[in-house]
Design a protein around this ligand. Structure first.
Ligand code: C2E
Ligand code: MG
Length: 448
């Protein structure tokens, strides 16, 4: 009898788990679709509206990496409770993925009510959650679709809410967007581009161009920055700006970055062996690549394969990476510098960069952003700020590299301010590997 009851309990539990998520006890996707179809049918009869809200927590992978999976689970649990507290009993909160939730708002007088509920959910998630001695606020991106306005089946309505959520995520973290049919074409275009870019990486359509960096002291080429281009079979050569942001969003930046590192170190190792032994290589790395624990090992592997010495490589990181998780960033950068690699902070002066903040990280180079360099040419105050930054950077043992040097005036002013190196169209544009070889051979500026 007791055994029988246990079996019954087990069966009830299994039936529950078939439609619910074990961690949060929230309905899963299959129950969500069933419930949404029923809610839509009821709304059709009663002339009411239904809202579907797709929610994706921002940077959750990073929270998991930083605090561990147990804390990650507990945060998901808290988020689920908070979302549930924002809705009425006729509504439904479901968990459809690791950090993804979908909420059905049933029986609404108008579709505008959904936006008000989203505002409530945003505020609820932002309330600090304690983790050990620290506390974090969670932001999420929200997408809304509504019935009958957006029409379609339950599956379509869920898809529309997802599309709106992706648009919100692209525009700004913690934002929300409503599905608009005209956006559908844009979303389809994005999916097409993502697919094409994935294929391009595999089919060898990406190429690397190299922009010389001129050393101020010797007035010779000290190194080059590798810049990726897409040699599109129909559209021709595409600039990085047309596909890097999409690669960042989709994670394709990881295989793309690996390709650039391998290809560029092969080119520069060859030039090092062929009469330009001092030439350095600078490669942009995305925060996504740096978050991988195996990144330093992968870099070493690429260098070993190409024959490029570790002390010939600079890796350009962005401030966003340093800020995302300062403790992890510092340890990852320390590991890379231990291998002999130098770290450059890219785009300095474009955000709210602060030199004192940099003391926490092993950064050897500061790349002054083109927007900042342009300001220096225009305003005396900016020149004074630049002089202070370049001076302080030197005191902290860092070299400053001005990028986006477009005119003779900018070049002269930056030299007077004490910049250690220059990069920009006034000095040399990005060029192919073959052009770089010719340029180095022909040019008296060639690296020592
Ligand atoms: P960035 O690292 O700041 O690269 C410098 C950008 O400035 C390049 O644009 C270069 O072509 C451009 N530039 C060169 N001379 C001048 C000039 O005189 N004035 C101005 N205003 N700009 C100049 P590009 O090649 O379009 O690259 C744009 C961005 O894309 C790069 O900015 C970098 O953040 C990213 N990127 C490019 N290649 C890679 C890559 O392999 N991996 C990653 N993660 N990001 C990359
Ligand atoms: Mg760069």
């Amino acid at each position: 009898m007791r055994n029988h009851r246990r079996r019954e309990t087990g069966e009830t539990e299994r039936a529950f788990l078939a439609h619910h998520n074990a961690l949060t006890a929230l309905p899963n996707r299959s129950l969500l679709v069933q419930k949404l179809s029923r809610t839509m049918a009821a709304a059709r009869t009663a002339g009411r509206h239904v809202g579907v809200v797709s929610i994706d927590l921002d940077d959750f992978a990073r929270i998991n990496d930083a605090y561990g999976h147990a804390e990650g689970d507990s945060i998901i649990h808290r988020c689920a409770e908070r979302l549930t507290a924002c809705v009425r009993s006729v509504d439904l909160v479901s968990r459809v993925g690791g950090d993804e939730f979908v909420v059905i708002l049933g029986d609404m007088g108008s579709s505008a009510s959904a936006a008000r509920v989203v505002q409530r959910m945003r505020a609820a998630l932002a309330e600090p959650i304690a983790i050990g001695n620290a506390s974090i606020g969670v932001t999420a991106s929200f997408g809304i679709s509504s019935f009958p306005d957006d029409g379609g089946s339950a599956e379509q309505l869920l898809g529309f809410a997802d599309l709106a959520m992706y648009r919100a995520k692209r525009s700004r973290r913690g934002d929300f967007a409503c599905f608009a049919p005209e956006r559908h074409d844009e979303a389809v275009e994005r999916v097409r581009l993502e697919h094409e870019l994935g294929e391009a990486i595999q089919n060898g359509e990406l190429v690397v161009h190299y922009q010389p960096i001129i050393d101020a002291r010797t007035n010779r080429i000290g190194g080059v920055e590798a810049l990726v281009r897409w040699a599109h079979p129909i559209e021709g050569l595409k600039a990085s700006g047309t596909f890097i942001p999409l690669a960042e969003e989709t994670g394709l930046i990881v295989p793309l970055g690996e390709f650039v590192l391998r290809e560029a170190s092969r080119t520069i190792a060859q030039l090092n062996r062929g009469g330009h032994p001092g030439l350095r290589l600078s490669v942009n790395v995305s925060a996504r690549q740096l978050h991988d624990e195996a990144f330093p090992t992968n870099v070493l592997g690429a260098l070993a394969q190409s024959g490029l010495r570790t002390d010939r490589l600079d890796l350009e990181v962005t401030e966003a990476f340093l800020i995302s998780d300062a403790v992890w960033a510092a340890s990852q950068l320390r590991e890379l510098t231990r291998l002999g690699i130098r770290i450059a902070l890219d785009d300095f002066g474009s955000g709210c960069s602060a030199l004192t903040f940099l003391r926490r990280f092993p950064v050897q180079l500061l790349k002054l952003d083109p927007s900042f360099v342009a300001e220096i040419e225009r305003s005396e105050l900016s020149r004074a700020v630049a002089a202070a930054i370049i001076g302080a950077a030197r005191k902290l043992g860092m070299r400053s590299v001005a990028t986006g040097v477009e005119t003779a005036v900018a070049h002269r002013v930056l030299a007077e301010l004490g910049c250690d190196a220059f990069q920009g169209s006034y000095l040399a544009p990005p060029m192919t590997a073959a052009e770089l070889g010719d340029y180095l051979t022909a040019d008296h500026l060639a690296a020592a």
